[in-house]
Design a protein around this ligand. Structure first.
Ligand code: HMG
Ligand code: MG
Length: 293
């Protein structure tokens, strides 16, 4: 599992979350057993003010041995900042939809790839692992339908450029299981399955069903955010990521070991919801409160 709450979970929060809370969140997630925690973004602070403190977060973090702390990077400027702050893993991002990509990074898909192509090259030469995100794989808030061929083409291109892992993002959570399965299957014909991750937002309540459909196809890496936090500020209608608690509950119920301590994760979800001043977005989190009330 890849825990993305410190980045995707917080990037769209309206009120500024203090650095010490972000750092504590990342450390708590490490305590829960996550081995990969996407920690922040080195994007333009004008575009995503919530993560303008990326340097402070990375510098104040007490790293656990064996845990990876990747960060989002859009361009060479972001890469330089990330490396100076001690990042050892990065994620670059583009989309299958031109209309969304234009709004998210002010560039066409080709232009965005041209921006981070030198970043990938440099990262690889410096021993920095690179993940590549493809957004809007099951629909776009501006373009509507996204042809499967576009998803496959962009995923394949990122993989060929050297991204060791490709995360397929249903940015606005509009996908349904049969479409998710067909999308995953089509990409897996072009990119080795063990290099693929799935990244579902739960806007329409379909995320767990979509994850299950992709697991049945052979997916092995799942992105999620504790307390169901998250959403992209440049995707109209985007809402929370699938809640990590709910994914872990489902996987453990299916006999799939995750290495995550569900009880500690639920507690972390409640703690985060309290910090953000609202109810948890995790169904498992809510059920646990009712059980103990
Ligand atoms: P731009 O305005 O076209 O870029 O933005 P620019 O190169 O013209 O730069 C404009 C200003 O930004 C300049 O400053 C640069 O120095 C500065 P000024 O001269 O005006 O003072 N700048 C930077 N500052 C700090 N760090 C940087 C950086 N780059 C430029 N790295 C840009 C282009 C890509 C920078 C901008 O559009 C941007 O930052 N976009 C990020 C949007 C974003 O973070 N979206 C959310 C993440 S994606 C997501 O959530 C989806 C995902 O979860 C998967 C899914 O769900 O599908 C991953
Ligand atoms: Mg996302």
């Amino acid at each position: 599992m890849v825990e993305v709450s410190p980045r995707d979970g917080l990037q769209n929060e309206p009120t500024l979350v203090p650095v010490n809370v972000k750092v504590e969140l990342i450390e708590k997630l490490g305590d829960c057993g996550f081995e990969t925690i996407e920690s922040t973004s080195f994007v333009s602070p004008k575009w995503v003010p919530q993560l303008a403190d990326a340097e402070s977060v990375m510098r104040n973090l007490r790293r656990r041995p064996g845990v990876r702390y990747p960060v989002l990077v859009p361009n060479e400027q972001g890469y330089a900042r990330a490396r100076a702050a001690g990042a050892m893993e990065i994620a670059v991002f583009t989309a299958a939809s031109e209309a969304f990509n234009q709004r998210n990074v002010n560039a066409s898909v080709d232009e965005s790839i041209a921006r981070f192509e030198p970043v990938i090259e440099r990262a690889i030469s410096e021993g920095v692992a690179v993940r590549g995100y493809v957004s809007t794989v099951l629909g776009c808030p501006y373009q509507g339908e996204v042809p499967l061929a576009d998803v496959v083409r962009v995923a394949e291109r990122l993989h060929r450029l050297g991204c060791a892992e490709i995360s397929l993002g249903d940015t606005i959570g509009v996908g349904t299981p049969l479409k998710a399965r067909a999308m995953f299957r089509a990409v897996a014909e072009a990119v080795p399955m063990d290099a693929l991750a799935i990244h579902f937002h739960d806007t329409y309540g379909q995320a767990l069903a979509n994850i299950l459909a992709c697991l049945e196809e052979g997916a092995g890496i799942v992105d999620a955010a504790v307390a169901g936090t998250g959403g992209c500020p440049y995707a109209r209608g985007s809402s929370g990521n699938v809640a990590s608690e709910d994914v872990v509950y489902m996987l453990h119920g299916m006999g799939i070991e995750t290495g995550i301590d569900l009880e500690a994760l639920v507690a972390t979800g409640h703690w985060l919801a309290q910090q953000l001043g609202r109810a948890t977005g995790s169904r498992v989190g809510r059920a646990t409160v009712q059980e103990t009330a």
